[in-house]
Design a binder for this molecule. Structure first.
Ligand code: 8YV
Length: 322
């Protein structure tokens, strides 16, 4: 009988996912959850038939070129794949997969948490209570913004954007969106489509970013576009930090053009995020928790394994992106 395929697993995964890996494959597990350097990744791949990777590893053209020929596939434990040079993977004949669908609910939950946290000054209030700095209550104390009935604008009406829209409707919000392609009426559910981001922005009391990081979306939310938002808008980002020009957003947060921001993703995350955010009271910041629930992380792992199972059975992987 043929040996089970060897899978290089770059990070520690949920227990049930590692159990299934051990049952069906010969996994090279990362028990200490250490971040592998590119050269380590390449040398550890010497025995691997595939890599089960996370968004924390960069697969640049150079790293892909350095991978040994025995590696047939990179099965990502993420829906986003901006960390993989897809063209380089295709050129090398590497199969690449991602994990869509399974994290849409969890990520949309975080978008709503960020919206409410930013609008209602949750971070500022929480820090005040913890610091024993809460001295009085009055009718004008820590008044924030109400989102009920306001306009919720979405850039990127994919799977996560659509769930976020559904949740926002629970707050009687009117949903506006920009997407490269207009959705069919049954998916739109009454959301108002705008043909360009610039057309969308004036309609966003809350702007929620759900698009991937691509050359087209990098730095999309810049000075000019932020100026198109209604004064005092709220900005939420659960997509990718790269979509936001940090200098521009920080300036707008200081001027009041943006009332508050709720951010789960950052340029330079985790260790080199723009220090300007840390000094502001009107930001609600989370450390990339979009998909961080037990059920979702298990779902992502199982989805990555479903893709590997298909690849090693000689079938089409459902979530193939290269
Ligand atoms: C993941 C994400 O937690 O799936 C994605 O694209 O951004 C996250 O929610 C992370 O990328 C895990 O690799």
């Amino acid at each position: 009988m043929r040996d089970k395929p060897v899978i290089l697993v770059t990070r520690k995964l949920p227990g049930l996912v590692e159990d299934r890996l051990k049952r069906d494959y010969q996994p090279l597990l990362n028990l200490d959850d250490r971040l592998y350097r590119p050269d380590e990744l390449i040398s550890m791949a010497a025995r691997a038939d595939a890599i089960l990777a996370c968004h924390t590893e960069q697969f640049t053209a150079e790293i892909i070129a350095g991978l040994p020929g025995n590696v047939r596939a990179i099965a990502n434990f993420s829906v986003g794949y901006d960390h993989v040079d897809i063209e380089a993977a295709k050129a090398k004949g590497l199969i690449v997969t991602n994990t869509p669908d399974v994290l849409s609910d969890a990520t949309a939950e975080i978008a709503i948490l960020l919206m409410l946290g930013a609008a209602r000054r949750a971070s500022e209030g929480e820090r005040m209570v913890r610091a024993s700095a809460w001295k009085s209550w009055s009718p004008t104390f820590m008044v924030g913004r109400q989102v009920t009935g306001k306009r919720f604008g979405i850039i990127g009406m994919g799977r996560v954007g659509q769930v976020a829209a559904k949740r926002a409707r629970g707050f009687d919000m009117q949903v506006h969106y920009y997407n490269r392609k207009r959705l069919s009426a049954d998916l739109e559910c009454g959301a108002i489509y705008h043909e360009t981001v610039n057309d969308l922005l004036p309609n966003c009391d809350v702007l929620s970013v759900h698009c991937p990081a691509t050359p087209e979306t990098t730095g999309l939310l810049n000075d000019e576009r932020i100026a198109l938002l209604p004064g005092g808008a709220i900005v939420v980002n659960t997509g990718r930090g790269a979509v936001v020009d940090d200098e521009a957003l920080i300036k707008a947060l200081k001027s009041g053009q943006v009332y508050a921001a709720g951010l789960d993703v950052f340029n330079g995350e985790p260790e080199n995020i723009h220090s300007g955010y840390l000094k502001l009271d009107n930001v609600f910041l989370l450390p990339h928790l979009g998909s961080a629930t037990q059920e979702t992380r298990e779902g992502m792992g199982f989805r990555a394994l479903d893709n590997l199972d298909a690849i090693f059975a000689g079938k089409n992987a459902k979530d193939r992106i290269a």
